[in-house]
Design a protein around this ligand. Structure first.
Ligand code: UD1
Ligand code: UDP
Length: 391
């Protein structure tokens, strides 16, 4: 009798998890011995559906946990119950979680309660600041303890785990799956025009995103003000800002920028549209984690709207520059990229430091080796440990 395939439950909560786990889900669906079971918590509702649609993925189960202005503790409580009950109700050989969201942390914890092995995709990112990003820094640190298999995107991240005495045998340097997602999507974009209404073909384009919890309040208002002043002082430039649906973000950004000439605020773009805009932009202003990685892979300069980053590889590569959220600092950094071609060129080289597009294959190989004893033969070409930015 043939052995049944082993089920890998993949927990997806937010937009970046959907993007970074989509290639893993696709890869596992081709395995002869494993089968993916996609659990959408819908911590983010429409944004996750939008991304799954891009990748042709239909979740096996959807928990619909998103509520307006949901508190972290309420989200944690409802996810804990839903995921705990789910993992108790069906045979699951392993659970995969990604990154540092509440869905990821609770997914890992619920699996642990059932003594199901946990794989953590994108393990080892650290800012070493407890409240920045909040609550992500603690979420991912706890996952470093919870996980049986830590899939680190870079040697630098693996080194962070080793310094925390995470068992070296649990660490696999795979590259970041965002590069797999990016390559898959970019290969389908060739020759596409910018989606209608999103740009002004005669002007240079600057892409803006901002959503981090620790930037809510004055920092995010400063970002909006800086964009406003930049649009006024650079009428040859168009600023496109897809606004995160968090009402806390919208209340800060929309009053400042809704009627600003040279600025377009829009709903979140699907992945195809977003990458198309990213490719055509002159540079990016963003506090997003995933955007820092994608822009590094594509060679698009990013002024990072944070004081620190857990993604220093892109800073070392020269694509990312930390400007924080002070109005003058943002304006100074942006002005330089708009008027100084040499400064812009120096940040536009791009780098494969985040991966070669085969991270999902390596993750599949490790899971097949661990769960069904198949050999794993996909070494990561790797990169040397980057020097530490802080500590
Ligand atoms: C979450 C993750 C963060 C990740 C980000 C990606 C946590 C704690 N945070 O942050 O790590 O970088 O997603 O975007 O897991 N909301 C909507 N519609 C949506 C999505 C959210 O209205 O489509 C509302 C929620 O109801 C909530 C607020 O926005 O009131 C914040 O959402 P939440 O998922 O808690 O955190 P994010 O800031 O989106
Ligand atoms: N993204 C998208 N549409 C948008 C904005 C972002 O598809 O309108 C993608 C982007 O390409 C990246 C991811 O969303 O892969 C980043 O998500 P976000 O900034 O919400 O989260 P973070 O990466 O900071 O956790």
């Amino acid at each position: 009798m043939r052995n049944a395939k082993k089920t890998i439950a993949i927990v997806v909560g937010t937009r970046p998890e959907a993007i970074k786990l989509a290639p893993v889900i696709r890869e596992l669906s081709e395995s002869a011995s494993l089968v993916p079971f996609t659990v959408s918590t819908s911590q983010h509702g429409d944004m996750v559906a939008q991304i799954f649609d891009n990748f042709g993925i239909v979740p096996d189960i959807d928990m619909h946990v998103m509520r307006p202005r949901q508190k972290l503790w309420d989200l944690t409580a409802v996810l804990s119950r839903e995921l705990g009950e789910l993992f108790g109700s069906r045979p699951v050989a392993a659970v995969l979680v990604q990154g540092d969201t509440t869905s990821a942390l609770v997914g890992g914890l619920a699996a642990f309660y059932h003594q199901i092995p946990v794989g953590h995709v994108e393990a080892g990112l650290r800012s070493h600041r407890r409240y920045s990003p909040f609550p992500e820094e603690l979420n991912r640190t706890l996952l470093g303890r919870l996980a049986d298999w830590n899939f680190a995107p870079t040697e630098y991240a693996a080194d962070k785990l080793r310094r925390e005495n995470v068992d070296g045998d649990s660490i696999y340097v795979c590259g970041n799956t965002v590069v797999d997602a990016l390559k898959w999507m970019v290969s389908r974009l060739r020759g596409r025009e910018l989606p209608a209404g999103l740009g002004d073909g005669r002007k240079r384009l600057v892409l803006v995103t901002c959503h981090r919890r620790e930037n809510l309040g004055l920092p995010m208002r400063s970002v909006a003000l800086a964009v406003k002043h930049l649009a006024e002082s650079h009428p040859d430039t168009h600023f496109l800002f897809p606004v995160h649906p968090n009402p806390g973000v919208r209340e800060l950004v929309m009053p400042v920028l809704s009627n600003q000439r040279g600025v377009t605020l829009c709903e979140p773009l699907n992945y195809e549209e977003f990458l198309s805009v990213l490719q055509q932009s002159h540079f990016v202003l963003s506090d997003s984690g995933g955007v820092q990685e994608e822009a590094t892979a594509l060679g698009k300069p990013v002024l990072v709207l944070r004081r620190e980053t857990e993604r220093p590889e892109g800073v070392m590569a020269g694509t990312l520059r930390l400007v924080g959220t002070d109005v003058q600092d943002i304006m100074g950094g942006a002005h330089e990229l708009l008027v100084n071609d040499e400064a812009h060129r120096a940040m536009s080289n791009g780098s494969s430091v985040y991966g070669d597009g085969r991270a999902s294959k390596r993750i599949r190989a490790v899971l097949e080796e661990k769960l069904v004893g198949l050999g794993s033969t996909l070494p990561f070409p790797g990169n040397p440990p980057a020097p530490l930015l802080r500590e």
